[in-house]
Ligand binder design. Structure first.
Ligand code: AGP
Length: 614
């Protein structure tokens, strides 16, 4: 997740470029930078690294530098490869300093390209994957290719989901951009043409907006925008109709951040999975900072987290135990350190925290370090307090989450933790390589399956509206369906303010079933996992006591479907991956019910996005 922008034309200005970047801030704010071609043909770079104030600093640094602007590129960074430093901030240049690039996404094969380029004499000045693009372009330009041809040829050599914009000071008015499975649009206005990650960045400045397709190359120049396929054949631009005002645009056209973030889950999961397999098809978690030998010595794992992060950790417990046969204990962070946990140097404590700043989890991790355990954090925020303090870190790449109720970071957390579980199995040789790669391939199908689940939005909205007035909700599931039930209940509580409880379905008969009557609505997670039959029996037990039943079931599973008053269908997947899909209809249900009740879904009462008190 990064934001990219470029502009050219007689009306183009550095101020507009920086303003556009500010509107892309939601895509990341570890650093910000611009590269501008001046009338004298030089490419000037200005970069700012000041945490969340990076864009403000960039605005100050560029304030008096508008004169002589011909064309330029801008970037706001959400770091993935290379720490948050000035050297790693974009734009990146080739050896000559005449070619500049801004990039969003990951170049998965950057290591092999970098070593090839270094052998050819290219000198790198950053630790980023992006810089290989600038040097690749330089190499192709030297062979006599035009910038458009160089971008096209480079793209065919780059693996991974990404978009980038390039500029060559020797042809100063022209920008060339391309994309694959990452957002990119172009826009045109009076005397100005743009390329950007999304429409809000250039809204009010461009009059028309156009799509760029995967593996297409767009040439943006003062005379207009021209689109080409990977073979260099011209493609007609297709216009996007835009009816947003600026405020709506900050939310990407969505009514609120929560719905935007729910719908961003395919890319949140995809980005989290990308770049974590090496050329040999093995899982490679290079950024993690714990070497395989250390991981082989581990004989026990604790997982700690709060709220939604705790639920992601619960899914991981099932996967790690099943795939590695290592014992896993799970704790709510605020309980962990006060219960005198038994751990030593051979224990790994995994902290799960979207923000990396939750005080309860920070304290739990500190306690673990004090007791001599190794610590690993799964966080969405690069350089967060927990990420800095832990021995190891695994980042989710969901992009900034604004809505207080966590959605996309939850499915990204589960995805990252499942990758970690498979990595542990690989390192400890508790699974065959073929089994691991089969599951990993299935994980890569999740983003598409999430898209499929999201198409049920309108149907789920209807069910939610029909339940305005219901006073009590219960969510039941077994095995990995249990954390899904807990998360479904938490989402509903957070934004609808209604009583909602999650239970292991088999536990109902030991007490909670006494609450069931015809006023209750029970959600059953009955996708086809190992305990499907038993869960179905538990659903029957509440159905015969008059509860209204809503089921999360697999598509076409007529046996399950017959038992529900309403059904939320999800595609089938590997049983241990199912929570990534099963939780999404429950997020949508909570969202629509809360809206129907007139609640502010982005800022629910009494809650804060990051809880920094004990
Ligand atoms: C999720 O919807 C909640 N806002 C909350 O439970 C959250 O997951 C919890 O506070 C933990 O936050 P963290 O992931 O940033 O540590």
């Amino acid at each position: 997740m990064c934001g990219i922008i470029g502009s050219t034309g007689e009306a183009a200005s550095l101020n507009d470029l920086v303003e556009g970047l500010a509107r892309l801030e939601y895509r990341g704010y570890d650093s910000a930078g611009v590269a501008v071609v001046r009338a004298d043909g030089t490419l000037e770079r200005i970069r700012a690294v000041d945490g969340t104030a990076s864009l403000k600093l960039l605005a100050e640094l560029t304030k008096d530098k508008s004169d002589g602007y011909i064309a330029g590129l801008g970037h706001t960074r959400w770091a993935t490869h290379g720490r948050v430093t000035t050297d790693n901030a974009h734009p990146h240049f080739d050896c000559s300093g005449g070619v500049g690039v801004v990039h969003n996404g990951i170049v998965e094969n950057f290591r092999e390209l970098k070593s090839e380029l270094e052998k050819g004499g290219h000198v790198f000045t950053s630790q980023t994957d992006t810089e290989v693009i600038a040097h690749l372009l330089e190499a192709y330009l030297k062979e006599g290719l035009s910038l458009k041809e160089a971008v096209t040829t480079s793209m065919s050599r780059l693996r991974g989901a990404m978009s980038f914009v390039a500029i060559d000071a020797s042809d100063p008015k022209v920008l060339v951009a391309t994309k694959r499975m990452a957002p990119l649009i172009v826009g045109s206005g009076q005397g100005i043409n743009f390329v950007a990650s999304d429409i809000p960045a250039i809204l009010g400045k461009a009059d028309c907006f156009y799509q760029v397709g995967d593996d297409q190359v767009v040439v943006v120049s003062p005379d207009g925008n021209r689109l080409f396929d990977l073979f260099g054949k011209a493609v007609e631009l297709s216009e996007i109709s835009v009816e947003w005002d600026l405020e709506a645009a900050a939310r990407g056209g969505y009514q609120d951040f929560m719905s935007k973030e729910i719908f961003e889950q395919p890319s949140a999961v995809r980005d989290t999975l990308l770049g974590r397999v090496n050329e040999q098809g093995e899982i490679a978690l290079d950024e993690m900072r714990l070497d395989p030998e250390e991981l082989r010595r581990i004989n026990k794992i604790f997982i700690v987290g709060c709220g939604t992060s705790y639920h992601a950790g619960m899914v991981a417990k099932y996967a790690i135990e099943h795939w590695t046969r290592l014992p896993v204990e799970l704790d709510i962070s605020s309980e962990f350190r006060y219960r005198d946990p038994v751990l030593d140097q051979q224990t790994l404590v995994i902290g799960v925290s979207q923000s990396g700043e939750t005080l309860d989890t920070i304290a739990a991790m500190k306690e673990a370090t004090m007791l001599g355990a190794k610590t690993l954090v799964v966080s969405n925020v690069m350089g967060s307090s927990m990420a800095r303090a832990a021995d190891a870190v695994l980042y989710t790449r969901a992009g900034p989450e604004i809505g207080v109720a966590a959605t996309k970071t939850h499915t990204a957390q589960i995805s990252a933790l499942l990758v970690l579980a498979l990595y542990l199995a690989q390192v400890r040789r508790s699974m065959y390589a073929s089994e691991i790669s089969e599951i990993y391939s299935e994980m890569f199908r999740l983003p598409e399956k999430i898209e499929q689940v999201l198409t049920s939005d309108a149907a789920i909205e209807e069910v939610a509206q029909s339940m305005v007035g219901v006073k009590r909700f219960y969510f039941i599931g077994r095995h990995v369906g249990y954390p899904v039930a807990l998360e479904g209940a938490l989402k509903l509580k957070e934004i609808s303010y209604l009583p909602a409880e999650g239970y292991p379905a088999g536990e109902l008969k030991h007490g909670p079933i006494a609450m069931i009557d015809s006023d209750a609505v029970v959600f059953g997670i009955v996708t086809r996992t190992r305990l499907w039959e038993k869960t179905i029996s538990n659903v029957e037990e509440v159905r015969v006591r008059g509860a209204k039943i809503v089921l999360v079931a697999n598509e076409g599973d007529t046996e399950s479907i017959a038992l529900g008053d309403a059904i939320f269908e999800v595609p089938q997947t590997h049983p241990l991956l199912a929570p990534v899909l099963d939780v999404i209809p429950l997020q949508l249900f909570a969202y629509h019910l809360a809206l129907s009740l007139g609640n502010d879904v982005d800022r629910p009462r009494n809650l804060a996005k990051t809880v920094t008190v004990e």
